[in-house]
Design a protein around this ligand. Sequence first.
Ligand SMILES: Cc1cc2nc3c(=O)[nH]c(=O)nc-3n(C[C@H](O)[C@H](O)[C@H](O)COP(=O)(O)OP(=O)(O)OC[C@H]3O[C@@H](n4cnc5c(N)ncnc54)[C@H](O)[C@@H]3O)c2cc1C
Length: 389
Amino acid sequence: MIEIKDKKDCCGCTACACSCPKKCIVMESDEEGFIYPVIDLNRCVHCNICEQVCPQDKKNIRDNTIPETVVARDKREKILSIGTSGSIFTAIIECTLAEHGVVYGVIVDKDNIVRHIRVDSKQDDRLSKIPCSKYVKSEIRGIYPQVKSDLQSGKKVCFSGTPCQVAGLKSFLKKEYSNLICVDVICRGNPSPLFWKRFAEYLKKKYNSKIADVRFRNKTYGYHSGTMKVSFENGKIYYGSARTNYYLRAFFADLCSRPSCYKCQFKHIQHISDLTLYDSWHAAELADLQDDDKGYTNIIIQSSKGKKLLDKLKTIEKYPVDTLKAVELDGVMVEKSVNWNKEREDFFNNIEDEDIKRHCSRFMNVSLKDHIIENAKRIYYYKKFKEST
Ligand SMILES: Cc1cc2nc3c(=O)[nH]c(=O)nc-3n(C[C@H](O)[C@H](O)[C@H](O)COP(=O)(O)OP(=O)(O)OC[C@H]3O[C@@H](n4cnc5c(N)ncnc54)[C@H](O)[C@@H]3O)c2cc1C
């Protein structure tokens, strides 16, 4: 029977709850907003399936060979502008749906909850919300059985998520499916859904409107200065980079991630996914390109299935690069977990009650200078944008 003695040992993938033959495991949120398995001991038959499917402390790599890497991006300017780095996932969605497949990806829903969804039609208006990284642990409860049902019905399935979510899915499925393709993203850490909820509430109050769209890393001010963009139903727009935005700042200070992210079990170059995506900050140096500040993605090709899919994506331009050099320049998070921030525990105390801005300001100092630089950036990019149109 699964027993979480140390929260760092549970990545919250849900494989245990989804696999329990007695359905006696529920994933419940703790006081930080992260889900963990809770077992109804009266119904548990001690079959140990939950422990067997837990992806923690398992091998989770195919072999030790160094996979190939390409630096890549979508050739279409409009698509490139909406993704996080090289906007690779839009072409993957298009290809999967064109083959009558099903896509699983992450959106921010109308209640501002970051969740995995299933999409099987080009007409689904949630599709455009899947690209772009959401720096929040996604709500994934109930998704794995849906993936299994799609696979068993013979549909092509493309599942995207963090490495722990892909490992959890594969462990839950227990066997390889030739109709499954998994795309994961290299992950610094997964912030708390509760912290995100409090931050979204703060923004809604400040702008006196519901949120219409959130981009955690928007390219309005260029790829290299990734900025949160929040559009409100009343037409107002908020922009804030990690210089002044408390949410992004807490994420990059490693104050708000799930405990398991600080001891992540999935830090290898080799993954059991088919493609692994991460930021290519050094695309110019790696692939001898010109850095136009529009973004590129490093793609690690983890399997022949991944290679085949990539070859089908005609809107993607790609350049082979040295995998180890790419990891050395851009991939500190490929192989390493972030360090535990000593203030993390204090950060989560009172997070539900105190005004979130006041709460954050006790841990992070946003100075007048930061605000001046942020505003100057806005003026500079506004001028640059006006000149280019
Ligand atoms: C929580 C998180 C932390 C990350 N940390 C790093 C890092 O430290 N270093 C680094 O180089 N790259 C990191 N990335 C990856 C990076 O932000 C980009 O996703 C990657 O470069 C691919 O960009 P793209 O434009 O090609 O993808 P896009 O076309 O923008 O597609 C993004 C994909 O990410 C998936 N996704 C979005 N949010 C989530 C989520 N919360 N959980 C699971 N899947 C999600 C979507 O379903 C989609 O498939 C992180 C991503 C996430 C979600």
